[in-house]
Ligand binder design. Sequence first.
Ligand SMILES: NC(=O)c1ccc[n+]([C@@H]2O[C@H](COP(=O)([O-])OP(=O)(O)OC[C@H]3O[C@@H](n4cnc5c(N)ncnc54)[C@H](OP(=O)(O)O)[C@@H]3O)[C@@H](O)[C@H]2O)c1
Length: 332
Amino acid sequence: MVKAKKFVLRKHPEGLPKSTDFKLVEEELPPLKENEVLTEAVFLSVDPYMRAYMSTLSLDTTMIGSQVAKIIESRNPKYPVGKYIVGQFGWRTHTITDGASAAGSGPLIVLPDLGDLPLSLGLGVLGMPGNTAYFGFLEICLPKVGETVVVSGAAGAVGSHVGQIAKIKGCKVIGIAGTDEKGKWLTKELGFDHFINYKTQNVGEELKKVAPEGVHCYFDNVGGEISITVMNQMKMYGRVAVCGAISSYNEKETPKVTSPFRPIIFQQLKVEGLYVTRWNDRWMEGINQNLQWIKQGKLKYHETVTEGFQNIFNAFVDMMNGGNTGKAIVKV
Ligand SMILES: NC(=O)c1ccc[n+]([C@@H]2O[C@H](COP(=O)([O-])OP(=O)(O)OC[C@H]3O[C@@H](n4cnc5c(N)ncnc54)[C@H](OP(=O)(O)O)[C@@H]3O)[C@@H](O)[C@H]2O)c1
């Protein structure tokens, strides 16, 4: 008999979630039925969308999230023992699944052979955030050589990846993030052309200095004032991919910010929201392309790893507060 540990939602958080909003409980798992497999979590992901969806979850349900898990028992030939899969199983150590029931921010996939690369990349650059960057940027921003691209949330999982794809595509890239250390990483390691610290600098004034020509593409991970400022400096027919709005996820009410509609009209911007699941049918294309770019040395990654399943809440809050560079991961 396997006992799973899992975090359930005890209270809908107000503002930044508190540890008392969750409860660690044990669940005895039944023997496997035909077609089912038993998995053991190896790495868990903490992502901003978790905050956005928390308020919609029923109390006492397992907290949502994806993980890389090892198949430790199987009654399904499609998922043999010893393989690693990425599934939307939530904040739990052990899971019984028949594959078909897995839903959420990406399809249940058996991880391809990553060679020497860490399995945790299946939650980052070779998983949902990586595909968000790949499809979201290329399909919505439609970047052209020589264009100027601004990325907010630039030092995070999606943003750091988008900026590097923009460099691969021959663009000038400006990243906006919250610490100078992150800025150094973006410009010195990842090849971003410029960095703006939104906490210590005036984003509008700095942007005028580094992009006097105006912005062709804006990949938005944060929303709010930063995004209004960037959109007011866009070129005619600019493209905006609205990927995330983390600046508002802890807020109860719809945030009140200056209307973005003037630049949308007068610069005739194309603004499009995205959900990475739009490209579920092309999922492996994104993973294979990102894997190839890593092997070619064109795409770098960084992970901020927290040790211990019991620390997943701290890892989540740390990520929401900007403690991560690159992908925030929990190692079980
Ligand atoms: N549409 C989709 O399908 C999809 C898929 C994946 C992710 N997303 C969205 O994309 C965004 C980035 O996700 P991620 O997984 O790559 O997370 P991430 O960027 O790795 O981590 C979140 C980062 O957000 C920044 N942040 C926190 N509060 C902020 C605020 N008030 N203003 C500006 N920045 C703030 C912090 O960095 P700083 O130090 O820079 O503040 C933090 O490190 C999120 O909004 C997420 O919801 C959307």
